[in-house]
Ligand binder design. Sequence first.
Ligand SMILES: Cc1cc2nc3c(=O)[nH]c(=O)nc-3n(C[C@H](O)[C@H](O)[C@H](O)COP(=O)(O)O)c2cc1C
Length: 315
Amino acid sequence: MAQTSEGITQAFGAFALALAQGRYYEAHEELEILWYPRRFEDDDEIRFWKGCINAAVSFELIKRGRPFPSRKAWGTYLKYRGCLERLVTPRKELYVRITQTIDQHRSFMMSEFLKAMEFRHACKRFDTQKKIPSEQFDSILEVARLSPSSFGMEPWRLIVVRNPSLRKALKPSCWNQSQIVEASELVIFTTDDDSVRSGTPYVRKMFNRRGLDEEAVNTYMNVYKNYLEPIECDEALLRNWTAKQCYIACANMMTYAATLGIDSCPIEGFDREEIEAILDLDEGRSVALICAFGYRVNPQGEHKRLDPGQIVEYR
Ligand SMILES: Cc1cc2nc3c(=O)[nH]c(=O)nc-3n(C[C@H](O)[C@H](O)[C@H](O)COP(=O)(O)O)c2cc1C
């Protein structure tokens, strides 16, 4: 019965029901019974079944709090879902419905944050015709402002480059990367390194705004001085310290932008001194990072990442 057309239809019905009820392990078993005896057949339909089994496995892993390992199983589903296009079978309509159910289920299961993490990729080619609505871009800038910074110094000063001629002038100094001119918005993270040196009025103001009495502010100033002295004695070290803060802000902006369906690309491939000269930055101000925002032209490629075991160790 299992391998008859009716049996296959029934198994997929049971699979869809189990998915809807969150019984992912059982969903996987419903199809495993079909697939296992035929797993060595060179047949797109069998491969499609394997894909669906993997979709159920990926849901089970999310349910068990393991969203990242679940990606591997999801990747297998995506790979075999493609077999459907070539498939000639009276069950095609059923299979299309199944993929719709699976895809909807995944959207429902993934947290908004993880969905954004999956959506974000380093976008290389932006659609020059699509502009980010201004209120959405303002909210991306607001995310930078809300980002954490060491000692709360907010060393970032963002330049949004909208002038097409300026973008064109910057491009050769950015390894000729097309994002510089094609993205809807281009943000240059600069830092005001001199103002964050210990003892400056700026630093005092940043501590003062915490509503502390003078003695407490002086204590903070001292702690800050002790921390920063070995850094600020070297311009490059200071520049790196302030740049590190920008990277945090930029990461937040990119992930947040992804929640709005907006693509991005962080850009470190540039000649810093050339960019600083083009922007005519004051002495003591430097360029940390560039980030392009807009909308992709090409579909996103697969995220290539090391396995968790290669990057995490527990002691
Ligand atoms: C600090 C930083 C600088 C980067 N600079 C560039 C760049 O200049 N040009 C570019 O195309 N991608 C750049 N990338 C993107 C990375 O190459 C990309 O994030 C990485 O290969 C992983 O791919 P994914 O982001 O699409 O998952 C940069 C990423 C980071 C974090």
